[in-house]
Design a protein around this ligand. Structure first.
Ligand SMILES: O=C(CO)[C@H](O)[C@H](O)COP(=O)(O)O
Length: 240
């Protein structure tokens, strides 16, 4: 039998997570190709009569959800959410994530932190023993970007982390800008043995707006593989 494609697995994870969505829920809507499957499937349920309100984590997701007729809100209007569903670039067995490959990490983290529960939907290739194979996105203010980069390098060296730090580009001569107007440095650290320490130290650098380490936010991860969808964590509440 042909193994399912990565895209089919992403959709399977999204469909499994959708089963927990109930009438009246306030939902955080993630960003990326896996989250886009979820939004697409949610749109179909809304057309069948499901009533929910969604807070998108990016302009991209807002446009998609709007086209599908999903009722939308902002965190200012709806500051507390029942559930956020989002993808990830990497996750480990302790529900720690690397996010931000799609450039939406700051809004994704704000929305996840405003939610009672966060479900991550992913194909099995995203599971790692140690975070860091995927370059860690660090969102920074544009002011003093090179100086902030030196701080990040110093923090990394202090933890024995080496590897290129690259300014994300949208075009050869134009840096990528997040929805909030910030730059992203992609930090290829390879293996982040102490993600909590790295997270704390990055947060202490003034020019760092946020980083892609999501620790203590995901409550369950829906992992789609060739043999179906496995759930890590707890779909009803507080994570592991
Ligand atoms: O963090 C993200 C966007 O900022 C995405 O969730 C992450 O990049 C995964 O994307 P995809 O589902 O396309 O693999």
């Amino acid at each position: 039998m042909t193994p399912p494609s990565a895209d089919a697995m992403k959709r399977a994870a999204a469909a499994a997570a959708l089963e927990s969505v109930a009438h009246g829920m306030r939902l955080g809507l993630g960003t990326g190709s896996t989250a886009a499957h979820f939004v697409d499937l949610l749109g179909a349920r809304v057309r069948e009569g499901l009533e929910v309100v969604g807070v998108p984590t990016s302009e991209r997701t807002r446009l998609q959800a709007e086209k599908l007729g999903i009722k939308l809100s902002t965190l200012d209007e709806t500051p507390e959410l029942d559930l956020t569903i989002d993808g990830a670039d990497e996750f480990d067995a302790s529900l720690r994530l690397v996010k931000g490959g799609g450039g939406a990490l700051l809004r994704e983290k704000i929305v996840a932190a405003a939610s009672k529960r966060m479900f991550v939907i992913a194909d099995a290739t995203k599971e790692v023993a140690t975070l860091g194979a995927f370059p860690l996105p660090v969102e920074i203010d544009r002011f003093g970007a090179r100086s902030t980069r030196l701080h990040i390098e110093r923090v990394a060296r202090g933890l024995g982390l080496e590897g290129p730090i690259t300014l994300r580009m949208a075009a050869p001569d134009a840096p990528y800008l997040t929805d909030g107007g910030h730059y992203i440095y992609d930090c290829a650290f390879s293996a982040i043995d102490e993600p909590e320490t790295l997270a704390q130290r990055l947060e202490s650098i003034p020019g760092v707006v946020d980083h892609g380490l999501f620790i203590g936010l995901a409550t369950a991860i829906f992992v789609a593989g060739a043999s179906g969808v496995r759930i890590i964590g707890d779909v009803t509440g507080g994570g592991l």
